[in-house]
Ligand binder design. Sequence first.
Ligand SMILES: Cc1cc2nc3c(=O)[nH]c(=O)nc-3n(C[C@H](O)[C@H](O)[C@H](O)COP(=O)(O)OP(=O)(O)OC[C@H]3O[C@@H](n4cnc5c(N)ncnc54)[C@H](O)[C@@H]3O)c2cc1C
Length: 406
Amino acid sequence: MVLQLFKKSQMWRKPDLKNRYEVVIIGGGVHGLSTAYHLGKLGLTDVAVIDKSYLGGGGSARSTAIIRANYLTPEGIPFFRESHKMYENLSQELDFNLLFNQMGRLDLGHTDSAVYWLNVRAGFNQLLGVNSRVIDPNEISELVPVLDLRKGKTMPVLAALYHPPAGVVRHDAVVYGYARAADRMGIELHPFTEVTGIIKSNGRVTGVQTNSGQISAGTVVSATAGWSSTISTMVDLDLPITTYPLQAFVTEPLKPFLDKTISSANLHAYAYQTDRGEVVIGGPVDPYPTYSQRATMNMLEDLSVFILKLLPILKPAKILRQWAGLCDMTPDYAPILGKVEGLDGFILNCGWGTWGFKAAPIAGKTVAELVATGQTPKLIQPFGLDRFENGRLINERAAATAAAIH
Ligand SMILES: Cc1cc2nc3c(=O)[nH]c(=O)nc-3n(C[C@H](O)[C@H](O)[C@H](O)COP(=O)(O)OP(=O)(O)OC[C@H]3O[C@@H](n4cnc5c(N)ncnc54)[C@H](O)[C@@H]3O)c2cc1C
């Protein structure tokens, strides 16, 4: 009886690792799990998700999980728009409450040049079916009365790009929702199993070496974000990815005073208040590449200074905790998705940098379609690795991050 109750309360099964699967996904973060779930929906269930740590313990565990679609480029906007739509129905689809709160978002502009680009973004957004528009300080003060809108101060708020459907989701719930749904379909989840090598034969990936033995596979997907380069090195592939830490922190719980996410690229900071009352504050990646996930006092001080210029009301607030996660930054701030020329059986789902959580539903769906059919869906064709050879970079820098100082 006790054993039955225990089994019922388990989040997912714990099967023995087999020595062959049709598909092996390296990385049990939001992207690996979404890809697995969508493979299951396509009828491919001989799939193993392998993670060296606990599921969702990488960047996905550390995400501030802002979900939005107000990007800049004709490649990025439709991609993130589709992902955003999928998030709107994801709780029902996964039968797991993801607490997606569509509170709306303001990207603030403090200089003429910043406002010019906010207008460009609004124009492209509207043309491509994303609800966003530029608003003036009067409307900003109605939406966020606590914002410091004094005229004449350094970096005054001149305008904002308002994106009403943007929101925040519970990052751990998304990971668990995908994991449980994939598990129900018969897909195997293997946390605490590290990939130590990739097996290649005649220009084709045929499996992986793990600390629990060798596994052969028809297709291997790398969904390893901050560790993508370490995995690609195993197949002698040099990815245009550099790993940087990204930090964030939260204040003690405060009475509700902020019901929008706000972000300022000029001031290198963003913030929102959670349902618990804590204010989540983040900014740019650390100024140096490293695989260390330690939070630093320098960044805490910088982010505090930046955010107080927008929200001076936070001055007496106490800081509760601070953390860091790894981000796989690409030169054009867009992901790398798809096949690798000259290396069959190896698919990339990486380059998610500081912006990847919002993309997991559509990336998982399209990468799963690619694995199942061998054809790259149109929506992700611009994000192939070959763009760095043919010069067709995407340049989402202005819209992908809250801030970039390096
Ligand atoms: C502080 C912070 C705030 C963020 N805020 C946002 C935001 O507001 N909105 C947004 O859209 N994005 C945000 N992001 C980015 C987003 O969280 C990531 O892009 C996303 O979670 C990446 O998911 P993933 O599944 O690709 O990678 P991860 O979640 O990092 O998963 C990769 C997994 O690969 C595993 N792995 C690595 N090497 C091996 C190996 N050799 N063998 C087996 N497994 C291995 C790791 O253990 C890890 O679990 C933020 C990130 C951080 C750090």
